[in-house]
Every structure is written in C-alpha cells, then in structure tokens.
Ligand binder design. Sequence first.
Ligand code: TAP
Length: 519
Amino acid sequence: MTQRASISTYGLYINGAWSPSSDAATETLYNPANGEPVAIVARATQADTDRAIAAARHSFHLGSWSNVDGAERARVLSAIADLLEEHVDQLSVLETLNGGATVRKTSLLDIPVGIDHLRYFAELAREHPRKNLPYIDFPLPSANAMWREPIGVCGQIIPWNYPFLMAIWKIGPALAAGNSVVLKPASLTPLTALRMAELIDEAGLLPPGVLNVLTGAGSVVGERLIEHPDIDKVAFTGSTEVGRHIAEVAGRNLKRVTLELGGKSPVVVLPDADLDITVDGAIWAAFMHSGQSCEAGTRLLLPSSLHDEFVERLVNRVEQLVIGDPHDLTTDIGPLVSAAQKRTVEEYIKLGLAEGATLRCGGIGGIDDPELANGHFVRPTVFTDVKNSMRIAQEEIFGPVLCVIKYEHISEAINIANDTSYGLAASVWSRDLIEAQEIARRIRAGTVWINDHHLINARAPFGGYKDSGIGRELGPNALDAYTEVKHIHTDLSQKREGRIWVDIVAPQLDESFAEFSNM
Ligand code: TAP
C-alpha cells in the first residue's frame, strides 16, 4: 500500500490566524489502512480554548457576522461551498487517508453531499428571519412579529466517523443563523475540517473569530467548551455516554444543547419483500463505512418464512465483498478508524459467540493480505440465532457486525424493533407501501426509510428518539436550534386613552376616577 500524501502539519485556527498550542504539544495522526503517519496537529490547551471562545465572543459582539443580513450570509456560505467544490478530489483523498472510509464513499457521498448540505443551509440563511404575526386589536391595536436571532457563541463537538459531513452539519446552520463558532473535530480525524478552515481563511471569506477550529482532547477542549460561561450553545454528535455527560453539564449552566447520539437501527423485512433489492439493501444498511455509522442497520429482522433463503443469499454476497486499501476504487470495505475501535469490535464478536449466536461469516482475523497487516481491518460479520436481549443486539458496536433476528408475526417484529434504548433510525422493506408506512408509524425512531437506508437528506430533519439524542439537525427548521426567538410588540394606538391596564399602577386622574375616589 502506498503513502498518498506527504505529512502535513496543522496548528489551531483561532481569530482568523494559525498558531501552535500554548504548550507546543502536538499529536501525530496515522493512516488507519497501513499505520503510516499522515499529519501532525496541535493539541489545544484550556488556555487555547479560552482564547478561541474569547475571539468568537468578540466577533459576535462586533456584529461583523451576527448583524450581517441573511442574503449576505447566504452569499458567503455559497462561496464557501463553491470553494470546497473546487477541492472535492483533494478533500475526498484526505478524508480517506485520515479516517479510512473508502474513496468510493468519500468522493461519491461524504464530500459532495456535505457541500450540497452547505448550499441548503445557505438557502435557509436567505429566508427572511422575521415573520409577522396576525394583526391583534385587543386590548388596543398592535403589530406583532417574531424575530429569529443568533444565539451567540456555539461550541461544536464532532465524532470521527463522518468528519467532513459532521463539520458541515455543525458550522453550516450555526453560521447561516449568524452565530460565531468554536469547532472541535474528533482527535482521530480533524484533517478535512482543518483543510476547510485553511481554504476559507485563504479566501478571506469570514471575518476573524467567526469560525475557530481547535484540535485537542475531548477531556480538555471538549470539557472547556461545555462548561465555559461564554458558550451559549453546545452541539454534539458522538457516543450516548459523552452526550449524557454534556447534557448534565449544559443543564447545570442552562446552555442550549442539541445531541445526536448512538443507534441500533432495525431493518425490518416483511414476507413480501423483493429480495433482489432487500438483500443488497441489508448489506448497504449494515456495512456502509464498515458499520461505523450511528444510523447503521445492525439488527436485521427476518420473517421465519424468508429467513433461510435470505441468510444464504446475504452471506454469499457478504463473503464476496472486497476488503482492502480504501484508496482503491475497487475496495468495498475499508479499515476501522483505529486499533482501539478494532479491539472493541473484536470483543463484541467474542461476546456474540459467548452469548450463543451463530457466526455465519466474518469473525476475528482471516485477513491474509500482507499489504493489510498494519491496518485496522475487520471482516464483515453476520450472526444468526440472535435474541434481541443479547448484548450484541442491544449495544452499539460501531463496526461491521450484523445481528439477524428471526420473527414469526409482524407485531412481534415491531416489538423487537422498539425494544432498544435507541431510536435514531430504522428501515422497512416490503412491496406493500401502505403496510410499510403503517409499520413506519409504529416504530419509535427519528427517521424510517421504506425500501432504503442511510439516505439522509439536508431537506429532511434528522435526529433521535430516546437515548439517540435531543433535537433535530437538517430539514426546513435546521436553523431553529441555532436561534433565539424574540417577540416584538409594537403599539399602533399611539394614545394614552383606553390603557386601562396602566391604570392598575398609574391611574389617570380624570373625572370618573375623581368621582370614584370621593365616594
Ligand atoms: P465520543 O467519545 O463520544 O467522542 C465524540 C467527540 O466528543 C470527540 O470529538 C471527542 O473528543 C469528544 N469528547 C470526548 N469526551 C468528551 C468530553 N468529556 N467532553 C466533551 N467532548 C468530549 O466517541 P468516540 O470515543 O469517538 O467513540 C466511542 C463510541 O461512540 C463508538 O464506539 C461508537 O459506539 C460511538 N460513536 C457514535 C457516533 C455517533 S455519530 N453517534 C460517532 C462516533 C462514535 P476526542 O476525539 O478528543 O476524544
């Protein structure tokens, strides 16, 4: 496997300038496919984090972005999207190099879709943030309006599985609404967010301090962002465990918070499903990005009437998937992001065996290509005879492990689908679209695809029920989570007469009142 790029170095992007961390600490990043170093990045300290927050706060007060009108913000975000578009190939390769996603996925999905989503946020910025409310004539005529205003400074913390897309989902709506931002990418995968900041900086597209990007540990930078009094809103995507902690700290400080957390999504196959579509669909649902997606379809619910034929076709297809160098366009399955993630997934495979599930393909080891020896590869793994109560069916594995669960009646399938602490996504597969929609209605999840999976669209909301999070990203209301609503009441009567409510404290001394007081 060849090294695709020379080692680049990145500092911290604070107040429109690059700098090393205050204690000069750095971290080397390694290619998950071969273990070779790919970049050196600064590790921010608490003092660096405070400096970034102060820069963001100052820019917000100056109004250099927060007071700019929506049309101008839309123009700038569109210009950023154009700039990113010019660098799609470079960003795709960088994303693959850093996180191990196949270049087929980064170049077809992650980077172009991220840019499309940014264009959508630009459209939302253009929409007028002021809305007139219906005319009110009681107790006196008044005009009433609702203004949406930016919240202030947003601390944004993102995970390693979709580094570019997650950065866009965070900074896109925040900037569209006029906020200033401190973005903390995951320690493992900051490169495309840093490159994006570099491109924006070189083009001079944003005023200093409006966008700050800090690399560093969650326990240092992340903790500071969630507790700092000058952070008005925290937006987080990542594990449910850290999300719970963030909600607690943000709750104590009454910060606005949105959380997009884990999932254990069911893929519910009905007896009449078209197997040509559904077998490949189940593979797409479970193994896209080696299963490292929060919405991955990791519980495959099969009716007993279809089970054996479906499993045979599924296993046959899965065993043919090409595991290899993610830069190679013929590769179907790339490495996991890190050695630690590989260890976690292998522990779950051992657990599945110990819990009594049947390993039908994949499992630990079995990758003999010496070119892949230093990468974090795990073969796509299918377990059958899984009970929904097993830990492998309840816990988020975040790797290429699919649990097949057999059911007899559709009501049982719906109960199994909902028998999870998560509620991020699901899919239902059937030729009967009316029945599929009825089942979709009964599944407690933020997104349900019918005869598809993973298709997240900027124009539709995305987020979780239950332990999968709080709030929604994307969709027509994507800016709501980044704005405060202000009600403006304008008196139209322009007279003192008739304001009987003012008389409660400051009575008008007219004749009737004099009579009243002489009684
Ligand atoms: P997390 O620990 O949740 O990390 C996500 C982000 O939060 C990273 O930027 C991380 O920084 C930061 N962070 C960590 N501790 C923090 C703290 N105390 N305060 C504020 N920010 C903090 O996820 P992970 O360790 O990368 O992965 C662990 C598991 O989480 C995975 O196995 C998977 O199950 C799940 N996961 C879920 C998702 C989604 S999209 N739901 C995405 C990734 C992982 P550092 O990178 O510096 O630690």
